[in-house]
Design a binder for this molecule. Structure first.
Ligand code: BG6
Length: 491
């Protein structure tokens, strides 16, 4: 039997180490990895930030702001205390090349550890950070860099940032994060499609009637008003998360699960998306913006009343799009995407509806109208369900809809692994399959840019929708033309 190579010790350096993402997601994920024995040898987490803190004060910050995001079943005070002995803090002015020497001293003290840089800062700093790391000799063949979205605000700016990163790192060292690809049901969808022969013959035009992808959030924009107002739902969610989900549904079987095979297939899907001409943008997209309303018992302010938002802002907090994939498998099958803040409930799901029966032999209406659906829910519950019809017990030839639950949600929950944890493990292992390649990202922007430009040049204002609703009525109209509606029955 061949022996597994010993896992290599690493230094994971998080830029933006005191930020929201670090506290809520990254540090808790690294703690879980540590607890599972995934920080071999003298591996460290080194947080980097501009904030004036010493190590004790940083540990105190982790105690107050990060620890509460560790799942209670996984938290153990002793393990947490040992974990903190692996956590260092370095204060750096990110724009100042000289100040990186402090980081250099820490890293050079353990020259054999691989260096993993996680850039969790605004993208305008990515170029300077990469350049300063390079100028300080802190990048070697073993180094990798992970970058958070959004990478730019359009195709051109994304290209500029990618060029700056590419000046310091090879493409094989760059890990562009889309945390939706780290979600269990998304990975399970790959297993479902390509690990079973059952679905493949059905996975195409003539068998599938339509595909819907919904990512609805109950929360508003929180404290990110300034960022969000410059960004909007199309760039924040569709350009990355929703298009990535669409790619996983629509891609051809990859040659293998290695880094480039999956990404090659996703790229083909992005390039097959029907281009958005101004006319298609007018007919097939809906922009929305929430206005005050109630969520449960509570009144919530409208978008224009949020902190950091321009009082006459035209930024969309909701977007719905109908698109098509122009290739042999999908020609003629509509794909509907929608996402929004302050919607009725938090739910992310992919709904694949199969064609209706050519002819029903059953007399009742339930049977006549029924369709089979595969519903892959990412949130709030991770599940994969197949809606089918079955006979009502005892009742002669009367049918009722039932659900085959294909998922193991209880065992998922038992693992408490979040998307970031999975992606960080892949970053440590150097596996790129679930990270976006540059050409993929470019293709996604190439499809998104005309939508942004048409909205801008044609002055398309977002339609108001009430907090706690499902978005502007016009979003239903996108499907209504074909006699369809959004799948909301289990929401
Ligand atoms: C982020 C967006 O990428 O995804 C946020 O910037 C959004 O605006 C978040 O809230 C949603 O992620 P999740 O995992 O909670 O669905």
């Amino acid at each position: 039997m061949s022996e597994q190579p010993a896992p290599q010790a690493f230094d994971l350096v998080i830029f933006g180490g005191t930020g929201d993402l670090a506290m809520r997601k990254l540090v808790p994920a690294v703690y879980n990895i540590f607890k599972n024995g995934g920080m071999p040898g003298d591996s460290r987490l080194i947080a980097v930030a501009r904030t004036e803190l010493d190590l004790d004060a940083f540990h105190a910050l982790l105690d107050s702001d990060a620890q509460k995001h560790v799942h209670p079943d996984l938290f153990d005070p002793e393990t947490w205390a040992t974990f903190l002995t692996r956590v260092d803090f370095v204060r750096i002015d990110l724009m100042d090349c000289d100040s990186y020497s402090a980081l250099g001293e820490r890293l050079n003290a353990r020259p054999d550890n691989s260096r993993l840089y996680y850039l969790s800062t605004g993208p305008r700093l990515f170029g300077a950070i990469c350049n300063n790391l390079r100028a300080n000799g802190l990048i070697n063949a073993d180094s990798r860099v992970a970058v958070e979205k959004p990478l730019g605000h359009d195709r051109e700016s994304a290209n500029e940032i990618n060029d700056l990163i590419a000046d310091a790192f090879e493409e094989s060292q760059i890990f562009r994060i889309d945390h939706y690809l780290g979600k269990e049901p998304v990975q399970n969808l790959i297993a479902l499609r390509f690990g079973n022969s059952l679905f493949e013959p059905l996975w195409r035009r003539g068998r599938i009637r339509d595909v819907q992808i919904t990512v609805a959030e109950e929360l508003g924009i929180g404290r990110r008003g300034d960022f969000y107002d410059r960004t909007g739902a199309l760039r924040d969610m569709v350009q990355n998360h929703l298009l990535q989900l669409l790619c996983i549904i629509a891609m051809e079987p990859p040659l293998s699960v290695d880094g480039d095979s999956i990404r090659d297939e996703k790229l083909k899907v992005l390039r097959s998306l029907r281009p958005m001409t101004p006319e298609r943008v007018a007919n097939n997209t809906v922009r929305g913006q929430y206005v005050s309303g109630s969520v449960g018992e509570e009144e919530a302010p409208g978008y224009l009343e949020e902190n950091g938002v321009d009082s006459d802002s035209h930024t969309e907090t909701f977007v719905a799009i109908k698109t098509s994939i122009d290739n042999w498998r999908w020609a003629g099958v509509p794909f509907y995407l929608r996402t929004g803040k302050r919607m009725q409930t938090k739910v992310s799901e992919i709904v694949i509806t199969f064609d209706s029966l050519p002819h029903s032999i059953f007399p009742d209406q339930v049977a006549k109208n029924a369709v089979n659906r595969l519903v892959i829910q990412l949130q709030p519950v991770e599940s994969i369900k197949l809606h089918i019809l079955s006979k009502k017990p005892g009742d002669a030839l009367a049918l009722k809809p039932v659900m085959l639950d294909l998922d193991l949600s209880q065992s998922y929950n038992a693992n408490y692994i979040n998307a970031y944890q999975r992606l960080l493990v892949d970053l440590v292992a150097g596996k790129q399959a679930l990270f976006m390649r540059r050409d993929e990202q470019d293709a996604a922007w190439a499809w998104i840019d005309p939508i942004i430009n048409t909205w801008r040049t044609h002055g398309v204002a977002p339609k108001p929708y009430r907090v706690g609703s499902w978005g502007p009525a016009a979003s239903g109209g996108l499907l209504g033309r074909r006699g369809l509606s959004w799948h909301e029955e289990t929401l």
